[in-house]
Ligand binder design. Structure first.
Ligand code: SER
Length: 318
């Protein structure tokens, strides 16, 4: 990775990844792109271009203009939004990915795109979900993710494009909020704990999903992209995770720092159904063995950091 273009750079992952990559690879060497701009550091403190990833010529022209050797393709709809707009989700998630892969092929770029725990479905083994297993998701997002994993493998096998990917769990972060995911409750709970001392969860008690703190997600992307290709047997879509939690466990951890915090439930049937179709906990041993993945943050070490950073952020005038 010497000159990197990121799509969806103002989203939950992209906005922090852009800043971190600029620290490591140099500000001028990380081109952030998104469908719209904002006043974030990712958009303002380095190269930034407006880019609609469904516009194939625009994607190719932007990458070509900056002479990039790496494309990190983040632009996509998350699970709940995709469920509400399945045709748009197909067009954006698959069309954007295809355009980005084609540009990577044409310009001989290294390529990263995230998959998700959403690539699994109700017939997948629910506990310690293996790297290679049944993938019959029942959401549009999941269909997109499975197709994306296969497409990225295809571009490697057929054209030799150096594609790599991770199956992310829910990502917990304080910088940019997630938009329209099923795991978003695990971020909202921290915002509401600080703002109101109370959170009403749309995911039910006892519903377990994997989660990871954003610093671990960023490290995992960089580590995988820098990994020796000879050691990668899977390449696309390694299971990665740091914790398997339900709303109650997060609330208990928050209470260690904020004893009065209260959790109640107002379950959203759509997102609950999606959550129940996903694994309770995934097995990340292939990532550990093939490129040394190891999460630094557990629920108990993440919680005080998240509360402290979010308090600082919410205290700032904007
Ligand atoms: N965080 C994503 C979602 O909930 C899962 O990959 O949609």
């Amino acid at each position: 990775m010497k000159k990197i273009m990121i799509t969806g750079a103002l989203g939950q992952i992209g906005s922090e990844l852009t800043v971190k990559l600029r620290e490591i690879y140099g500000t001028a060497n990380v081109i952030a792109t998104d469908i719209r701009s904002n006043d974030s550091e990712a958009a303002q403190a380095g190269p930034f271009e407006i880019l609609d990833v469904t516009n194939a010529p625009a994607l190719a022209t932007t990458a070509n203009k900056h002479g990039v050797d790496t494309i990190i393709h983040m632009a996509a709809l998350l699970s709940a939004t995709a469920e509400a707009n399945p045709v748009f989700a197909w067009n954006l998630n698959m069309g954007g990915l295809m355009n980005a892969l084609e540009t990577a092929r044409e310009l001989d770029c290294q390529f990263f795109t995230p998959s998700s725990i959403g690539a699994f479905g109700p017939s997948t083994p629910k506990v310690a979900t293996p790297q290679d297993t049944i993938q019959r998701p029942t959401t549009m997002y999941g269909v997109n993710k499975v197709a994306g994993e296969l497409l990225a493998d295809y571009y490697f096998n057929r054209f030799g494009v150096d594609t790599r990917g991770l199956r992310f769990p829910g990502l917990i972060s304080y910088a940019a909020p997630p938009g329209g995911g099923t795991t978003d409750y695990a971020v909202e709970i921290f915002y509401e704990a600080i703002k109101n001392g109370h959170y009403s969860s749309y995911i039910g008690r006892g519903t377990y999903m994997d989660m990871m703190y954003m610093p671990d997600a960023l490290t995992a992307i960089i580590q995988l992209m820098e990994a020796d290709p000879a050691k990668l047997k899977h390449r696309n879509s390694f299971n990665v995770t740091a914790m398997s939690v339900d709303p109650e466990e997060i609330a208990q951890e928050i209470r260690k720092h904020q004893p009065d915090f209260q959790l109640s439930y107002n379950v959203d049937p759509v997102r609950q159904r999606i959550a129940e179709s996903w694994p309770n906990s995934i097995d990340a041993s292939a990532a550990e063995e093939e490129w040394g993945f190891k999460a630094q943050y557990s629920l108990s070490s993440m919680t005080p950091d998240m509360l402290q950073k979010l308090k600082q952020k919410l205290a700032q005038p904007n």
